[in-house]
Design a protein around this ligand. Structure first.
Ligand SMILES: Nc1ncnc2c1ncn2[C@@H]1O[C@H](COP(=O)(O)OP(=O)(O)OP(=O)(O)O)[C@@H](O)[C@H]1O
Ligand SMILES: [Mg+2]
Length: 253
């Protein structure tokens, strides 16, 4: 099983949108996909049509009250462990022993059942994101194409450094993905150059693929359909396909 997370402590940079797209494309291609939503906002769970009331959640998995097998809901061609609103309290609710490793350990038990696990995290660098990065083999850093969003990349890079040192030496950065990007604006060129300089600094690269701003992304989420089903021939679906091919080439060597 390959474990991937598009993560950043910056809000609204398309973490969830990117995780949804990666999982949808993989499942469409026949892979066994398990999504884990760790974010108390539950955006991923809701978009994937998961039940979130009165069911075991990722918080229960972290606290040891449920296994992934018990919490995973099979919907269409994927499985999802939903988040709960209480995920925001994970730090207080989780037992302190082995806190950072709880998701990793839970995923080990289902390593033969899925080809990919995709982890969606909240826009913060707390316990939930540490658990995700400790469990992940690869992290994608989405950055919305504006200057402040790139600031977030440096903070995440520092966290990744610490994760590698203390909890997951094998964590690899797949690359920085420019999202909601408009190549026609003059700022976009500057942003790409800045992102490339930053990527050099942290030993990764900027994906050749970039994701344009497009209303169909929001529409697909509103009707709870994968982008590739809702608007299969849209330019932004093409952007995501191109990105995912580039990502998988790297991940699968
Ligand atoms: N390429 C795009 N074009 C237009 N809208 C987009 C695009 N990508 C994402 N969005 C929209 O931007 C908003 C933020 O995206 P998303 O929820 O994926 O970000 P996030 O990083 O997961 O946010 P959070 O930090 O709150 O979890 C959403 O409303 C989403 O529909
Ligand atoms: Mg999100």
């Amino acid at each position: 099983m390959i474990t991937l997370a598009a993560a950043s402590q910056k809000g609204g940079v398309a973490k969830t949108t990117t995780n949804l797209a990666i999982g949808a494309k993989l499942a469409e291609d026949g892979a066994r996909v398990l999504y884990i939503d760790l974010d108390p906002q539950m955006n991923l769970s809701n978009t994937l049509k998961a039940s979130t009331a009165g069911v075991p959640s990722s918080l229960d998995v972290l606290t040891g009250e449920a296994t992934i097998v018990e919490a995973a809901q099979v919907i269409d061609n994927y499985a999802v462990v939903p988040a709960s609103r209480l995920n925001g309290k994970a730090d207080d609710l989780m037992p302190s022993v082995g806190k950072d490793y709880r998701l990793r350990k839970a995923l080990e038990a289902v390593a033969d059942d899925y080809d990919y696990a995709i982890l969606d995290t909240p826009p913060a660098l707390g316990t939930l994101t540490v658990n995700a990065l400790t469990a992940a083999s690869w992290v994608v850093i989405p950055a919305q194409a504006d200057a402040y969003s790139l600031d977030g990349v440096t903070d995440l890079a520092a966290t990744i450094q610490a994760i590698r040192e203390y909890t997951n030496p094998d964590l690899q950065i797949a690359g920085i993905l420019l999202t909601r990007y408009n190549p026609r604006t003059s700022i976009s060129k500057i942003i790409r150059e800045d992102a490339e300089a930053m990527a050099d600094e942290i030993g990764t690269r900027v994906f050749k693929a970039w994701i344009r701003e497009a209303t169909v992304v929001k529409e697909a989420q509103a009707v709870k359909q994968p982008l590739f089903e809702y608007a299969p021939s849209s330019k932004v679906a093409y952007d995501y396909r191109f990105f995912i091919d580039e990502l998988l080439e790297e991940v699968n060597g």
